[in-house]
Design a protein around this ligand. Sequence first.
Ligand code: SF4
Ligand code: SF4
Length: 383
Amino acid sequence: METVPPFKEIIDVIKANGGEAFKLCYQCGLCDVVCPWNRVRTFSMRKIIREATFGLTDIESEDIWRCTTCGICPQQCPRDVKQIESGVSLRRIATEYGVFPASVRPVRTISGSLVGKGNPLNEERKNRANWAEGLSVKTFTEGMEILYFPGCYLCYDPRLKKVARATANILNRAGIDFGILGSKENCCGESIRKTGDEEVFKRLARENIKTFIDNGVKKILVSSPHCYHTFKNEYPEFMVNFEVVHISQYLFELINEGKLELTKEYGKKVTYHDPCYLGRHNGIYDEPREVLKKIPGLELNEMPDSRKDSLCCGGGGGRIWMETPKGERFSDLRLEQAVGVGAEVLVTSCPYCITNFEESRLTLNVTEKIEVKDITEIIGEVI
Ligand code: SF4
Ligand code: SF4
């Protein structure tokens, strides 16, 4: 019998790209049991890892692009294989060689837009603060209490601009001394990094860090769990440390300190979806729930797969920019779960989750049955 020797060169490239932990895998398959892909089609992280161990990765295959970096399998893995970092290392190789299957090709355009305009939506930099028109929102200057960093989708996307506006209104109502960077703000870079484009990530991160330092920023308030994650856990790789607060934590703080009063009734049944990068990746499960529980009249029901077992919306790991065919969208399953627990409102706190859920709401034809809201939109209605 002929034995196939490991392709040492490819193994070395994988290692050089951060895939060192592959070799720890003992093929138990626990990752595949919990992976959300296996609710909609077959997919095996275990197999990807096996092939990589032997240097046999097919970098042209769609499979290396599937992982949404949801974080559910790393918390199950008995050998700490670091599936996310290992998977990203394969994408780095594919990115280096410029090999993208059809469903992943939009990422190339996104990358160009991030470099040219600082956002993935190919919008003009000068329009970045347009969401704040007519509101009392100042430009950040040194000495202000907090920088509000809405992130790309809240700055440009018509649905998500409402979230940025709700946030600014809340901050004003609470008397917070805050400002924004407007056209000086860049994409945080979290998602492009997970597609394997380390160069663009570093460029965005360095520009943001320089802007933060030049403008005397110390504390940053974010709406997106993706900005939260990268500012808090990845930017320190550049030897900087900013205080980072997610809006769900900040709301909790403002209410507890008596700076925000929830005076109106919200007599609806609500369910809360934990975004992967807020919950599993950063352990923020309680604050958004505590905020919702304080709203008069609101009934909070939990879905199956909540907190650390939350079902991913499908938008992480750069998947928000890739094509996912109907029948394979996790957000459809999540919306069905929300409807299943009798919720009239599915509330969350992440721009990707909202984008995917709004789309599922349309495709599943449940627009009359359920609304999708960011937590700030609900707070905005009751203060
Ligand atoms: S759970 Fe960990 S050890 Fe088990 S197959 Fe997956 S990566 Fe390998
Ligand atoms: S991180 Fe999530 S999407 Fe990626 S392989 Fe693991 S369970 Fe699947």
